[in-house]
Design a protein around this ligand. Structure first.
Ligand SMILES: Nc1ncnc2c1ncn2[C@@H]1O[C@H](COP(=O)(O)OP(=O)(O)O)[C@@H](O)[C@H]1O
Ligand SMILES: [Mg+2]
Length: 263
């Protein structure tokens, strides 16, 4: 199987500090990865490298077979779907949900224009339907709740038919119902053999959708663990990652973690 992502000794240095520090990591086709780590660990920075929006200060990054630095990123970027907060802020608030998803087919943050392909509209509707956004097609993007906005962004990221889908804390800020709904939908996507390779960032093991196969843990820019969920997502690794004693448990096809009681 070919590599979707291959990082070799990648560092990202800003103001003399390594936000990502010597990370080597490879993602193969069909794998679904979750990135875990505390606030400020470098998760978003790592995802920005994977999306080709950030060049490593040193090391090499190969995305979908193309090496960053020797590829035209404008050809590479449409092959990558990215749903994160930074994206949401760039999108026009007055556009409807359907328009917000549909415009993804015509460049990053293009505004609405009547000249679209009905086939694209059909696809936009289908992705929104898959994310439970059927009743919101005509709502303005700026009026959506956090959960509705996140689901819209995921549908939007799917619109270009990406080979790699990157999700930065898709469940952050959702209430319990919203989180469970999203985790279920992402789980369904993760198990779809035709879905793109996926990398999702989160702080919480409770948000790992069933069907995610691999985990990467990062702390202070350094890779702590990377490999299959079954072997790497354990109490020892998670405790090192978050810097306190934690017990992680598998409950059915989901995960929970809690701190040990104080003595
Ligand atoms: N452009 C930048 N210049 C300097 N520091 C940055 C920049 N972007 C992020 N940081 C810092 O790098 C660290 C890692 O950030 P980030 O990747 O966003 O962490 P995470 O997503 O894991 O919370 C944080 O300490 C953050 O403040
Ligand atoms: Mg982040």
């Amino acid at each position: 199987m070919s590599d979707v992502l291959d990082l070799v000794d990648v560092s990202v240095v800003r103001d003399g500090r390594a936000l990502v520090d010597g990370v080597s990591w490879s993602v193969k086709e069909g794998e679904r990865w979750v990135i875990l780590g505390p606030n400020g660990a470098g998760k978003t920075t790592l995802l920005n490298v994977a999306s080709s929006y950030l060049y490593p200060s040193s090391g090499s990054a190969t995305i979908l077979g193309e090496r960053l630095g020797s590829v035209d990123v404008f050809e590479l970027r449409p092959r990558i779907g990215m749903a994160g907060i930074a994206m949401a802020e760039k999108l026009p608030k007055r556009q409807t949900v359907l328009q917000t998803v549909l415009t993804a087919a015509y460049g990053m943050t293009a505004t609405w224009n009547e000249d679209y392909d009905p086939v694209d509209e059909e696809r936009a509707r289908a992705f929104l339907d898959r994310l439970g956004m059927n009743d919101y097609l005509d709502r303005r993007f700026g009026t959506l709740s956090e959960g509705e906005r996140k689901r819209t962004l995921i549908a939007r990221a799917m619109m270009t038919d990406p080979e790699l889908l990157l999700l930065d804390e898709p469940a952050a800020g959702l209430d319990l119902g919203g989180r469970e709904d999203l985790v279920r939908r992402l789980g369904r996507l993760a198990r779809d053999p035709y879905a793109p390779s996926m990398i999702m960032v989160t702080h919480h093991v409770e948000e790992i959708p069933p069907g995610f196969t691999h985990v990467l843990m990062i702390r202070q820019g350094k890779l702590l663990a990377a490999g299959p969920v079954e072997t790497e997502l354990n109490s020892r690794n998670l405790s090192r990652c978050f810097g306190l004693p934690l017990v992680v448990e598998r409950v059915g096809d989901r995960w929970t973690a809690q701190g040990l009681p104080l003595k």
